[in-house]
Design a protein around this ligand. Structure first.
Ligand code: SAM
Length: 276
C-alpha cells in the first residue's frame, strides 16, 4: 500500500500522530531530499527508516521502482520536503501510476501552505483558485498572468522570495493593481507574518523591503472597470459584432441587451455606421 503523507510546512508540532505511525511502520519512505526527510525523522526519533529518493527529475524511473515494491506487497510512504505531496510537489504522477497499475493508495493529510494562507487572507474561501507557481518562462508566464485576470475567485500563488518583487510588478501590469492581496510569509514558523495591501501598494512596499522567507500570495480578483457606454464604445462594439458575422438586427439586439439602450436606436446607428 502507498501512503501519501503530509508533513509540516515549518512547525514540527504540526505532524499528525497518524503520520508518525505510518512513517514508523512502512517498509520504505520515498522522499524528495533524503537530508530534509532525514532531519524530520531524526526529530521524530525514527531515523532508522529506509529512504528512497523520489523527486521531479527521477520520478519516471523511480515511479516504476516504487510500483514494483508495492506490487510485492510492501508498504511505502511518500513525503515531500514540506506540506502535502502532490501539491506543487512530486506525487501527482505516482497517484496516476497507482491508478493505472491498480495499486492501492491512501492519503494521510497534513498542512498545505496554500490552504493555511487562504484562511489567513480573509478573502473568499468558498471560491478560490489554486495556481501554485506560475510558469517560469517569459511567454507562458505572461499568458498565464493575463488569463488570471479573468478569474472571479481568490487566487492563491506560490513564489520564491527572490522573484516576489517581479511577480508583484507583473501582477500590477496585467491589471491587478487595485486588487487586495495578502502576503503570507513563513507560515507556522517563528516569524510568521501576513501583510495585507493592494498590489499597487505592494510594488512600493517591496521596493523598500527585501522579501525574505517563504511566501504564499492570496489575491482578490482583478478589478474590472465597467465599460462607459459612450458613442465611441457603441461604434466599436457595432464593428466588432459585425466582424463576428452578426446581422444588423442581431447587433441591435445584443447592444440593447448589454447597454439597456433602445433597440431601434441601436439598429439605425448600426445601419448608418456600417454603410459609411
Ligand atoms: N507541498 C507544499 C504544500 O503542501 O504547500 C508546497 C511545496 S512548494 C515546492 C514550496 C512553496 O510553498 C514555497 O515556495 C512557498 O511558496 C510555499 N510554502 C511552503 N511552506 C511555506 C511556509 N511555511 N510559509 C509560506 N509559504 C510556504
Amino acid at each position: 500500500m502507498l501512503y501519501l503523507v503530509g508533513t509540516p510546512i515549518g512547525n514540527m508540532g504540526d505532524i499528525s500522530s497518524r503520520a508518525v505511525e505510518v512513517l514508523s511502520s512502512v517498509d520504505y519512505i520515498a522522499c524528495e531530499d533524503t537530508r530534509v526527510t532525514g532531519i524530520l525523522l531524526k526529530n521524530l526519533g525514527i531515523e532508522d527508516r529506509k529512504l528512497i529518493s523520489y523527486h521531479e527529475h527521477n520520478k519516471a524511473s523511480k515511479g516504476q521502482e516504487l510500483i514494483a515494491l508495492l506490487k510485492q506487497g510492501l508498504d511505502v510512504a511518500q513525503v515531500s520536503d514540506a506540506g502535502m505531496p502532490a501539491i506543487s510537489d512530486p506525487g501527482e504522477d505516482l497517484v496516476k501510476l497507482c491508478i493505472e497499475e491498480e495499486v492501492e493508495f491512501s492519503v494521510v493529510p497534513g498542512p498545505v501552505a496554500a490552504i493555511t494562507a487562504l484562511v489567513l487572507s480573509g478573502f473568499s474561501t468558498r471560491y478560490y483558485h489554486y495556481e501554485g507557481f506560475l510558469p517560469n518562462s517569459g511567454s507562458e508566464r505572461k499568458k498565464r498572468l493575463a488569463e488570471l485576470t479573468g478569474y472571479n475567485e481568490t487566487i492563491v500563488l506560490y513564489e520564491a522570495p527572490h522573484r516576489l518583487k517581479k511577480l508583484v510588478s507583473e501582477l500590477q501590469s496585467v491589471g491587478f493593481g487595485s486588487s487586495r492581496a495578502a502576503f503570507c510569509r513563513e507560515l507556522t514558523k517563528k516569524y510568521e507574518e501576513v501583510i495585507r495591501m493592494t498590489i499597487d501598494e505592494a510594488v512600493s512596499y517591496y521596493e523598500k523591503s527585501e522579501p525574505r522567507g517563504e511566501y504564499v500570495v492570496c489575491l482578490e480578483p482583478a478589478v474590472k472597470t465597467a465599460p462607459v457606454f459612450d458613442d465611441e464604445y457603441i461604434d466599436s462594439e457595432i464593428r466588432r459584432l459585425r466582424e463576428q458575422g452578426n446581422s444588423v438586427k442581431q447587433i441591435a439586439q445584443i447592444l440593447s441587451d448589454d447597454t439597456g439602450f433602445n433597440k431601434k436606436e441601436m439598429y439605425s446607428r448600426a445601419v448608418n455606421l456600417l454603410k459609411s
